[in-house]
Ligand binder design. Structure first.
Ligand code: HEC
Length: 288
């Protein structure tokens, strides 16, 4: 357990466990598994087990060391050295850097000669050459993709992303409409919303405010006189929280969603200036 490699092994394994957990487990309440106490406990447990494993390994190695004869030891050392030489990483490295055999003038001289000047062959290192080949392949792929088959370039990608984002924004707006309240509410004028507001009005409000908003139990909603305020914010508030106590206008916020209140409020405001059949006398104050 003294060797450097033991620590490296432990760290690598712990990191892999962490990365896998982060990737595979999704705790809804934790941004990262690192904040999850159960995960930390689990990781700690693995750490202890690895420590135990590494120290056992160390002890075994030492025992083995003492049991082996001197010759055998030398043999193993030699084998290790050979393995190191033939290590695949080393081989790759040598292949990439190349040999400097060409520095030997007898091998590296080019055959041609001009005015007594001989060219010395000093080949480029293989890694450079490979890189060059890679750029050629890249260039062909690039040319083919963008210029022959007209693949999507940055501008196309931008517009595609933008279109996608717009769709998502619309989706979000659809779910976020109920965030309106009496402070943030705005008057809706699109036909669709007014149509939906009308449906709500005809099912819930008609009995007291009349089919055309002319009023009966409730006040006339088509004139410019308002008891509780005629701007969309006030109207929203009245519909949501009700009229004055004992007057009969209940709070609708328990049965209507904010977006529905917004629509029905916008609808009744769209009735402003219309002429109902049996208009109720104005109540409240004139509001422009
Ligand atoms: C049970 C009868 C009744 C129903 C149903 C009813 N209202 Fe009313 N509404 C009233 C009365 C009564 C008032 C007057 C409240 C007051 O004087 O405080 C009123 C007031 C209002 C006002 C304020 C008018 C003003 O002059 O300030 C608005 C806006 C309104 N109602 C909208 C609605 C909407 C929208 C619905 C349907 C979701 C609805 N009401 C359903 C009886 C009703």
């Amino acid at each position: 357990m003294r060797s450097f490699i033991s620590y490296v092994r432990i760290i690598i394994i712990l990191t892999i466990v962490y990365a896998l957990s982060e990737w595979l487990i999704d705790f809804p309440t934790y941004k990262s598994v690192l904040f999850n106490p159960y995960f930390l406990g689990f990781e700690f447990l693995i750490f202890i087990l690895l420590l135990a494993f590494e120290s056992t390994l160390g002890v075994l190695n030492r025992i083995a060391d003492q049991l082996i004869t001197e010759e055998k030891k030398l043999e193993i050392e030699a084998q290790k050295k050979r393995d190191k030489e033939n290590n695949w990483l080393k081989k790759i490295y040598r292949n990439l850097v190349g040999s400097n055999e060409a520095v030997d003038p007898s091998l590296g001289m080019e055959t041609h000669e001009y005015d007594g000047i001989k060219e010395f062959n000093n080949p480029l290192p293989p890694w450079w050459v490979y890189l060059f080949y890679i750029t050629i392949v890249f260039a062909i792929v690039y040319l083919g993709y963008y210029h022959v088959f007209n693949g999507a370039n940055q501008i196309d990608e931008y517009f595609a992303d933008k279109a996608q984002a717009d769709i998502e924004l619309e989706e979000y707006k659809k779910t976020a409409i109920d965030f309106v309240d009496a402070k943030t509410v705005i008057l809706l004028t699109d036909e669709n919303s007014l149509e939906q507001g009308k449906v709500t009005y005809n099912t819930l409000c008609v009995v007291c405010h009349g089919p055309d908003g002319g009023g009966s139990i409730g006040p006339n909603l088509t004139d410019a006189y308002w008891i509780l305020g005629g701007d969309i914010q006030s109207v929203f508030k009245t519909i949501a929280t009700g009229g004055r106590p004992g007057k009969g206008m209940i709070a609708w916020n328990t049965s209507l969603r904010p977006s529905e209140i917004q629509r029905v409020g916008s609808y009744i405001l769209s009735l402003q200036g219309t002429s109902p059949e049996n208009p109720k006398a104005p109540e409240g104050t004139l509001t422009q």
